[in-house]
Design a protein around this ligand. Structure first.
Ligand SMILES: NC(=O)c1ccc[n+]([C@@H]2O[C@H](COP(=O)([O-])OP(=O)(O)OC[C@H]3O[C@@H](n4cnc5c(N)ncnc54)[C@H](OP(=O)(O)O)[C@@H]3O)[C@@H](O)[C@H]2O)c1
Length: 300
């Protein structure tokens, strides 16, 4: 993975201000992406979002320079899926738009969860993602480990076979520890790790994993970058935001971009205003005083 530094702040809001990295050695990506999980509904059980607005948010994200959208076949509510919204909004996809998706969890049409996928289900899930997104090859597919799975070698090997068959360009793992990452890497190259990580919520184990990924050129993609369900009302976040004339959400995104050049940010929103706000954080630069204050708050 080759990293280019942040570009100088643009006059207008644009994802490219976050700088870029080369995913898996051949896919250039802006470090400011978008998470599509909450486009069908605000939570797994609803309420539903307005699909017309969700489509508009996706189109606006791409207009703002976002070239990395994170999704999964199991992000759906009733008959509206994130994959379906992405296809409706953006297909045929413009060159350079990277859609990252996931396999692993099983989900019934009524939304209830199944046991984690085995090799056959992983294969079926890749084909479902291909069909739903309307592509011949998926750019990046994560194996999303479920808590009951201690070893991921067998299912990751099934995903690696699909890569060998040309259906997947790059592989990732999600919700893993260092041993599970090593297990996957023994099977096939891992281009990205997607774990829960934000300025206020990250374990020492995930901080070490981020450092390892950074050192070895593996992209690290934090999920719940804004806390997952509403931006926390943290006093230190607010103080830093006030110093910059920014919002707490923007500080959370800017912290991720500052903390490692290997991080790809994927804040999620179904709100056009929040989208603009989040992408504008691509040009927000935090200083040493900001980072120290946030570190003290996270450790408090
Ligand atoms: N691998 C995994 O296991 C996993 C798990 C969870 C998520 N993910 C991925 O990570 C992405 C990001 O996570 P997420 O979307 O769940 O959580 P998030 O990005 O941490 O936060 C999204 C929440 O924050 C709100 N929000 C967004 N921008 C805001 C702003 N500027 N001001 C105030 N509130 C704001 C959103 O509401 P509004 O819609 O009202 O803006 C939404 O409720 C997902 O979309 C998904 O692609 C992966």
């Amino acid at each position: 993975m080759t990293i280019t530094p942040h570009s100088s702040a643009p006059d207008s809001v644009h994802a490219s201000a976050a700088g870029s990295l080369l995913l898996g050695g051949d896919l250039p990506l802006s470090r400011m992406g978008f998470g599509a999980m909450k486009l069908p509904a605000r939570d797994w059980d609803g309420p539903a979002c307005d699909p017309v607005q969700s489509v508009a948010v996706l189109r606006r994200a791409v207009e703002l320079g976002v070239d990395h959208i994170d999704t999964a076949w199991f992000y759906f509510h009733e008959d509206v899926s994130a994959n379906g919204l992405i296809r409706e909004a953006l297909h045929p996809y413009r060159d350079g738009l990277v859609i990252a998706t996931k396999v692993g969890p099983g989900r019934n049409p009524d939304g209830s969860w199944q046991d984690p996928a085995g090799p056959a289900e992983v294969r079926a899930a890749v084909h479902r993602n291909l069909r739903e997104l309307g592509v011949d090859r998926l750019d990046l597919v994560y194996l999303r480990r479920m808590p009951s799975q201690k070893s991921i070698a067998e299912v990751f090997a099934a995903l690696a076979e699909l890569r060998e068959e040309g259906l997947v360009r790059h592989l990732g793992v999600s919700n893993v520890d260092a041993a599970q990452l090593a297990e996957a890497e023994a099977v096939a190259p891992v281009a990205a790790v997607q774990n829960r990580f934000s300025v206020l919520e990250h374990s020492a184990q995930d901080a070490a994993l981020l450092a390892d990924c950074t050192a070895r050129g593996i992209a690290f993609v934090p999920f719940f970058p804004l806390g997952g369900s509403g931006v926390p009302a943290d006093p230190a976040l607010q103080r830093v935001a006030d110093r910059h004339g920014a919002t707490r959400a923007q500080v959370m995104v800017a912290w991720l971009l500052a903390v490692s050049p290997s991080i790809l940010a994927i804040p999620g929103t179904s709100s056009p205003a929040h989208l603009e706000e989040n992408v504008a954080a691509a040009s927000l630069r935090l200083g040493a005083e900001d980072l120290a204050e946030l570190a003290a708050s996270a450790g408090a």
